[in-house]
Design a binder for this molecule. Structure first.
Ligand SMILES: NC(=O)c1ccc[n+]([C@@H]2O[C@H](COP(=O)([O-])OP(=O)(O)OC[C@H]3O[C@@H](n4cnc5c(N)ncnc54)[C@H](O)[C@@H]3O)[C@@H](O)[C@H]2O)c1
Length: 431
């Protein structure tokens, strides 16, 4: 496969390194594209093989020329979220397939453009829901699909982002809904996708609430950070701020962002307490699914620890799954939990509860990324996927619809019906 990557920031490395290091015999990166010349050149250095002329690079304005000259089969889209739809559509129109980072897109008008263009062109897209591939999450899929707890009736799902990872969404482009859709789209797309996939159904109604409770100017004052600067670099109170991002002291952050600032003014370290932030940090949603199952969902972005807790109630019993990814942030350092911090308890009616053995794997996102990359870049070399983990535009669409409906519900204070919302915009997604 001839691959072009668009968006050469932090996430593109996963695709780039996988192709270059793990699948060089099967695939070739023929071009890189970014709006920032510095990041583009850094990425090109990493791809270029010794003894070759290197890889072709194109600034964003030259994307059409990239397609015409390099004729990629597949375009990997790893730009900020609000730009996904533009590149997906242009790639489809040019006869390319797409591998797209989550979320598929951030709002209904862009979603309509994607599904309409996909239907007309017949091109294929994979949305990279890596969380599906972590062995612990796949085990839950298997338990539910095999009817272990009978019919699932109700779910309680809580996701905690800590004060390093959570804070990161308040520093840069994610902090405005017009860029990311807010965390209910940008982040929860993973969680709502897991629910759709685990439960084998689609969301119908959403009632949500959300607010910015922590990353606010008032909290900065409460934390003794009066006189804070607009960004960490040069901030007069950086020394006493737990959220100080020292880009200059981190080689990766420095070369990817600090050294690239002059090109486009993309500051990676804006103050997390800014007034102008437009996204929530505290969100709850009640969701009703087509199958009748209902779910309560909570996402917070300033937890003392990081991980997830979920309980599935069924007609025969319960599954309780807990994953501690980070125990806490101590002096700015994250104390990562080890692999044993994942537990799954099965509690069947009339039987003593048992702690199940949770399968483990090495690699990013609980061992999910390498498995997903195997299915993307070497499907013949993998076992047939009996869990249906590959995701297309349909799964991508359903995963953002819960968050888009939740955003609408927060805005209006009303329950949002997803089929009506789709009908009103003339959007036909498919099953
Ligand atoms: N699945 C996961 O676990 C995961 C993790 C991180 C990021 N992501 C996703 O990956 C994507 C990229 O995130 P990131 O953290 O790498 O962001 P980033 O800001 O580090 O990188 C984005 C890159 O896109 C470039 N860009 C901006 N405008 C562009 C344009 N018009 N044309 C081409 N390039 C442009 C930027 O210069 C930058 O190099 C996002 O959609 C994000 O949701 C997914």
């Amino acid at each position: 496969m001839k691959i072009a990557i668009v968006g050469c920031g932090s996430r593109h490395k996963m695709f780039r390194d996988s192709v270059v290091e793990d699948y060089p015999e099967k695939h070739e990166i023929v071009a890189l594209c970014d709006s920032n010349a510095h990041r583009l050149n850094e990425a090109a250095k990493a791809v270029s093989q010794p003894g070759t002329n290197g890889v072709a690079t194109y600034l964003a304005a030259d994307f059409d020329r990239l397609i015409a000259e390099q004729k990629p089969d597949t375009v990997v889209v790893a730009t900020p979220d609000f730009l996904h739809s533009d590149y997906i559509i242009r790639a489809f129109e040019a006869g390319c397939d797409v591998i797209c980072e989550k979320p598929l897109t951030i709002d209904l008008s862009r979603l309509k453009q994607i599904v309409d263009t996909q239907r007309r062109t017949g091109r294929k897209i994979k949305v990279t829901f890596n969380y599906r591939y972590s062995p612990a999450r796949t085990q839950i899929k298997e338990l539910i699909a095999s009817g272990t707890i009978g019919e699932v009736t109700a779910v309680d799902f809580r996701w905690h982002l800590d004060r390093v990872h959570g804070a990161d969404y308040f520093r840069r482009w994610h902090r405005q809904k017009e860029n990311s859709g807010g965390l209910l789209v940008h982040k929860s797309t993973h969680h709502f996708d897991l629910l759709n996939w685990w439960l084998g159904t689609a969301p119908v109604e959403v009632l949500a609430s959300g607010r910015r409770a922590f990353y606010r100017p008032e909290m900065a004052v409460e934390l003794g950070l009066e006189g804070r600067g607009a960004r960490c670099t040069g901030c007069p109170v950086a020394a006493k701020c737990d959220f100080d991002l020292k880009m200059g002291e981190d080689a990766a952050l420095k070369s990817l962002y600090l050294d690239a600032e002059a090109d486009d003014g993309y500051f990676r370290d804006l103050c997390v307490f800014d007034e102008e932030i437009g996204i929530e940090d505290t969100m709850q949603a009640h969701i009703r699914y087509a199958s009748g199952v209902t779910a309560n969902y909570t996402l917070t972005a300033y937890s003392p620890w990081e991980g997830l807790e979920i309980k599935f109630q069924g007609t025969k019993g319960e599954i309780t799954h807990r994953h501690v990814e980070v125990h806490g942030v101590f002096g700015g350092e994250r104390d990562h939990a080890d692999e044993d911090a994942i537990t799954t308890e099965l509690n069947l009616a009339g039987q003593k509860p048992v702690m199940l053995e949770v399968p483990k794997a090495k690699g990013h996102h609980g061992g999910a990324d390498p498995v997903m990359l195997g299915y993307i870049f070497d499907p013949e070399g993998m076992e047939p996927d009996r869990f249906g983990r590959a995701s297309d535009h349909v799964a991508g669409a359903w995963s953002i619809l819960t968050g888009i409906a939740a955003n609408a519900s927060i805005e209006t204070g009303s329950l949002v019906n997803i089929p009506s919302m789709l009908r009103s915009r003339g959007i036909h997604i498919g099953a």
